[in-house]
Design a protein around this ligand. Structure first.
Ligand code: ADP
Ligand code: MG
Length: 329
């Protein structure tokens, strides 16, 4: 349905993830409830990379953790492989976990510094009682090789002996040990040098092919996600403001916020030079969001109704929708 923010959800038999109207609240220091994610809907079809972009603080990590049920969600559903995991508890939720794994921005600190690389990658297999010791060792070696690390060289070392990029490779190998269907990557290259970023993005692409993975990729940087995504979801202050096929968002962005993010993306073609649109101010706090449409105080083309009226989602083209009063109904 147009207007609900769910028109882009598809009814494919190959849907790996379908998130509808997900809401996540935190308790603020003053005890008030703060919605960090407000009614987000996204889906991923097998083999796709779907990216979520937006400035720091807009709720991307909260969305990722909410999807994986690493934090409590207030309402909404998260269907993975046909099962709404928000309804699962205890052992049932545990059983669903191998299907969905996550890697983080800060790979160095997300790996136990006291464990050897081989033990880190083997750990999920041990915890889930997969294979014999010899089978696990073969699997660990295979995983390490697939992320471009030589098991002979790295197995007995500790994460602290490696660079950020190498630690991210180790994290990827570890996350893939249980052959998940869905890998959630939360800013996996944001703390790496640009040349290393490309290597990690390439590894993720290879892993998609090799292990039949689907990716939910999170970044504050639209230039990173543009090249690797099938679909892009743009978030502002806990809400989706625009979503659609990556090429459609890239060529025909409709929301002023998406246009701002795109204007910051460097282009390789000098004749296609764009004027950079600058946003004033920071992302407002979700504790006391601005009235009406929360983006209006920073929007370069805000109209008076934006101060009082929240815009409905409007369909831009097939599978592409944006929440802005200026998009024709
Ligand atoms: P992003 O990943 O896009 O930078 P986050 O999901 O980390 O954004 O944060 C979204 C909002 O939720 C921010 O306003 C942040 O301050 C708030 N927030 C994040 N984690 C917590 C927490 N554990 N308790 C309270 N507020 C939080
Ligand atoms: Mg984050």
């Amino acid at each position: 349905m147009a207007g609900t923010g769910k028109a882009h959800l598809r009814n494919s038999a190959d849907t790996v993830l379908r998130v509808e109207d997900l809401v996540v609240e935190y308790a603020s220091a003053g005890g008030e409830k703060v919605q960090a994610v407000s009614g987000v809907s996204i889906d991923i079809i097998a083999g796709e990379t779907v990216s979520v972009v937006g400035e720091s603080g807009c709720g991307k990590s909260t969305l990722a953790k909410g999807i994986l049920q690493l934090i409590n969600t207030k309402s909404g559903s998260v269907v993975i492989n046909g099962q709404d995991i928000t309804k699962l508890k205890g052992d049932e939720l545990r059983e669903a976990r191998p299907n969905m794994q996550m890697i983080f921005q800060d790979s160095i600190s997300s790996l136990d510094p006291h464990m050897k690389v081989s033990a880190l990658v083997e750990q999920p297999l041990k915890v889930w009682n997969r294979g014999t010791e010899a089978e696990r060792k073969a699997k660990v070696d295979d995983l390490l090789r697939s992320v471009g690390l030589d098991p002979e060289i790295v197995s007995d070392r500790k994460p602290t002996e490696f660079s950020g990029g190498q630690c991210q490779r180790i994290s990827i190998a570890r996350a893939l040990a249980l052959e998940p269907k869905l890998l959630v990557c939360d800013e996996p290259v944001s703390s790496l040098d640009v040349s290393i970023q490309a290597q990690i993005l390439n590894i993720l692409q290879d892993m998609k092919q090799r292990y039949g993975l689907s990716l939910l990729f999170i970044s504050h940087d639209l230039s990173v996600v543009r090249t690797i995504s099938d679909r892009i979801v743009v978030m502002y202050l806990g809400r989706v403001v625009e979503s659609g096929p990556a090429h459609s968002i890239g060529r025909n962005p409709q929301h002023p916020y998406t246009q701002v993010l795109l204007s910051a993306v460097p282009t390789v073609n000098p004749s296609a030079k764009r004027d950079r649109i600058l946003l004033s101010g920071d992302v407002p706090s979700p504790i006391h969001p601005p009235s009406g449409w929360p983006f209006h105080p920073r929007c370069p083309v805000a109209e008076s109704r934006c101060r009082t009226e929240r815009p409905e989602f409007r369909t831009v083209s097939h599978g592409h929708e944006a929440a802005c009063h200026r998009v024709p109904a």
